[in-house]
Design a protein. Structure first.
Length: 430
């Protein structure tokens, strides 16, 4: 055996090579050849006539039938036979081929080829193997003249990997089709796919919001081409404070009204407020509404963090004092409190370590003053890396608004940091 022969897999014979040209008599003779590799080669040959391919579609050997399934010249009658093939991989290859050829068909529903193609697609759209249906859906998802009944079958499929591409992209689906699917209580993820369609109509948006599907509504808000009426947005805003996944898409939503912008500014995180304020597409009235809402938020948070009564009410002061006495008031304690969202504890702890009034630290945090937060972190004897966490997790600063740390080096001189703290110590309290 030659070196070349020794590298050939033992269970896969080399493809049989037939002459470049074959007569009809030769193809008939080869179709009955005992060697399946010969028959498979014939099924791939350009001179194989439709009747020969139809004959080979019922061959006992999967290798032969697979060659027929992949052959673009195979008559559609033979393809219909193969839609019922016992070999799943053959049906998969067939689905890929038929779907690939469908866009090239003429729009003449009276033609035999068109009718047989639709029949083959219908059978494949109901195939028990998900992979067959998935290949079909992916190939037909953006075909403008795909058969409507086949697209509807795929859009209503119980496997999201099948229905999703059709629901999101198919131009064949009408708004009435989509409304019907929304109201039918489809599988999880189907409404989100519809929400991502280009140019979602206002009626569809309202139906998606009425469904209460949080993920779908988040996708709808993130879709700039989706049409959302003011009354529909009002319904979203009533629930939005408690649904964090809606906050960012609301902040970047195009064409916000002053009323909507004001409501959004009243509940989103501070780093999202920064993004809202920096939008250059908002008109003057909307920007004024956002600015007023931000000032109101800052005033409330400043009061909440600097109110001298809350420490006694929540026993925060006692907790901090006990930890300090035990020598356990350190960065680990502060990081643990940050992770739990205990903002008041963190403020009092930093104030204790920095020997500053808690209302001063509270004002710095409420004002989201990045440089001053870095300064009190330094004053408290903590490491620079914690200043980054405090800016992000305690004050809610966005990454591009934060004062950057350079390893274990402070970004300002001690004099500059003392000045930052003194500025807030001397600032008149609200």
């Amino acid at each position: 055996m030659s070196a070349q022969d020794s590298t050939m897999p033992a269970n896969r014979p080399a493809p049989h090579v037939l002459p470049e040209r074959l007569s009809y008599e030769q193809t008939r003779e080869l179709a009955r050849n005992e060697d399946p590799s010969v028959r498979a080669a014939l099924a791939r040959h350009p001179d194989a006539r439709p009747e020969i391919l139809y004959f080979l579609a019922e061959d006992a050997e999967p290798e032969v039938r697979r060659a027929v399934a992949r052959n673009e010249r195979t008559p559609r009658q033979a393809d219909l036979v193969l839609t019922k093939d016992d070999e799943a991989s053959i049906r998969t290859d067939l689905a890929a081929k038929v779907a690939r050829l469908t866009p090239d068909l003429e729009e003449d529903q009276r033609s035999t080829l068109y009718r047989l193609t639709v029949q083959a697609l219908e059978v494949l759209a109901e195939d028990q193997l998900v992979q067959v249906r998935r290949i079909l859906a992916d190939a037909l998802k953006d075909v403008a003249h795909a058969p409507a009944n086949v697209i509807l079958m795929l859009a209503n499929d119980k496997e999201l990997s099948v229905s999703e591409p059709v629901l999101q992209f198919s131009p064949v689906l009408s708004d009435e089709d989509l409304l019907s699917i929304i109201r039918s209580g489809p599988i999880q993820g189907a409404l989100a796919a519809i929400s991502r369609r280009s140019g979602v109509a206002a009626s569809l948006s309202a139906a998606i919001v009425d469904s209460g599907d949080e993920s779908a509504i988040a996708s709808l808000l993130a879709n700039p081409s989706a049409q959302i009426r003011e009354e529909t947005l009002d319904v979203i805003l009533e629930q939005a404070p408690g649904v964090e996944s809606w906050h960012e898409p609301l902040v970047v939503r195009p064409k916000l009204t002053p009323k909507a912008a004001r409501r959004i500014a009243s509940f989103v995180a501070m780093h999202l407020l920064d993004r809202l304020q920096r939008r250059i597409d908002l008109d003057d009235d909307t920007l004024v509404a956002v600015t007023e809402a931000v000032e109101t938020r800052i005033e409330k948070e400043s009061k909440a963090l600097s109110d001298p009564d809350w420490a006694e009410k929540d026993d925060v002061g006692d907790q901090v004092a006990r930890l300090a006495k035990a020598g356990k008031l350190d960065s680990k304690a502060i990081e643990k409190a940050l992770g739990k969202g205990e903002r008041r504890f963190v403020v009092v702890a930093i104030a204790q370590l920095a020997k500053l009034p808690s209302d001063v630290v509270g004002e710095i945090v409420a004002r989201r003053a990045g440089k001053a937060i870095v300064a009190v972190t330094w004053k408290a004897g903590l490491r620079p890396h914690l200043a980054k966490q405090l800016q992000s997790q305690l004050a809610g600063l966005s990454p591009d608004a934060m004062i950057r740390m350079d390893g274990d080096r402070w970004p300002m001189t001690p004099d500059d940091m003392e000045w930052q703290i003194e500025f807030f110590q001397e600032r008149p309290k609200r």
